[in-house]
Design a protein around this ligand. Structure first.
Ligand code: PLP
Ligand code: SF4
Length: 338
């Protein structure tokens, strides 16, 4: 599967450029479940899936996982648990029908005024619940050539005001290439906003480089970043610092989370996550109902239970700290509020 090779291809250095700290971290990511268990002192504790989506955990995320705790909420997001192999009715390879909303390969337009560009298939972490685990990414590494068709299509559709860089994780791409892409986008007159969906400032906080801040804020486009934290334990001091740098540079920061069994399926976990985000200058945006992707059934929380948690959350938190509980419904014109 192409995703296996992508993290390496995304960080292949150009010979004339020093390798950034965040790129080194990607190279040092743990891919071997045995190694992960031994670092965490968990030897016999966890059964392993036979599946196709490999383990991928960068060192700075690993450092936030509690040793000796097989139920750690951060470990649960990355561990290929044996339950992944159990088939579950209703859980499929492309639950949100992304394949059907492609304007062309790598460019999706489902919602008015916004288009989503798949910049790369590579990620800085492999989240076990992700619907992209089965997405048919092409084998070509991200490049100017691969993006030109999308740029052309965006230029030809003046209804698009906002471009969403997604993936994979768009911030696995080097600053040099991102700057190229963002400058080309800023040349398209009808675009107004640039949105980036990424887990990188959380997975590898050193990703918030000076060059990245410059390329996000250096054009006429309004920069918005949607980060993706699921649990307060992900938000340590290094992450706080990276978010602070982004915010001070003028990037609007929003968070989306996924409601996950055994990770954040309680009032306490949700309250702690969303208040911590507010204290770090990030506005809670969405809490997603899990997409019913094959291999992720053990993460599902029934919608009724999610609604109960949301009702209690509204009672306890200031309104601005409560995200919208949403679900992606194929064929709808916006995400459905639950
Ligand atoms: C979620 C999503 C968007 C953005 O939706 P918002 O409600 O604006 O966050 C855009 N395109 C696709 C394909 C999406 O899945
Ligand atoms: S949730 Fe985001 S970072 Fe995680 S595997 Fe999916 S696309 Fe990659």
């Amino acid at each position: 599967m192409s995703i296996l090779a992508s993290p390496q291809s995304a960080v292949r250095p150009r010979s004339d450029r020093p390798v950034a700290a965040w790129q080194l971290e990607l190279r040092q990511a743990i891919r071997d479940p045995e190694v992960l268990l031994s670092v965490l002192r968990l030897e016999a504790a966890c059964a392993l899936a036979a599946g196709q989506f490999p383990l991928f955990v960068p060192p700075s995320y690993l450092a936030r996982i509690e040793h000796g705790n097989p139920a750690d909420p951060l470990l649960r997001q990355v561990w290929p648990a044996a339950e992944e192999d159990t088939p579950s009715p209703g859980f499929t390879a492309d639950p949100v029908h992304d394949a059907q909303s492609a304007l062309q390969p790598g460019l999706l337009k489902k919602y008015a005024g916004r288009a989503l560009m798949v910049v790369t298939g590579a990620c800085a972490i492999h989240c076990r619940y992700c619907f992209r685990r089965h997405f048919p990414y092409d084998e070509t590494p991200p490049s100017e050539a691969a993006w030109s068709n999308s740029l052309q299509a965006i230029a030809q559709d003046s209804s698009i005001e906002e471009i969403i860089l997604s993936g994979g994780d768009p911030l696995t791409v080097t600053d040099e290439r991102l700057a190229w892409l963002i400058n080309r986008l800023a040349d398209i007159p009808h675009l107004k906003r640039l949105r980036v969906h990424t887990r990188l400032p959380i997975m590898i906080p050193s990703r918030a480089t000076k060059d990245l801040l410059e390329c996000l804020t250096g054009t006429r486009l309004t920069p918005i970043m949607v980060i993706h934290a699921n649990h307060a334990q992900e938000l340590d001091d290094a992450v706080a610092d990276s978010l602070d740098r982004l915010r001070r540079a003028g990037v609007l920061l929003l968070n989306q989370a996924v409601l996950l069994r055994g990770v954040n399926d309680s009032l306490e976990a949700q309250a702690e996550l969303n208040l911590r985000l507010i204290d770090l200058g990030v506005t809670p945006y969405y809490l997603h109902q899990l997409d019913r992707v094959q291999g992720a059934a053990h993460f599902e929380v029934p919608i009724d239970e999610g609604r109960r948690i949301m009702a209690e959350l509204r009672r306890r938190l200031p309104g601005y700290a409560v995200p919208r509980y949403v679900q992606e419904i194929p064929g709808e014109f916006h995400k459905a509020v639950l």
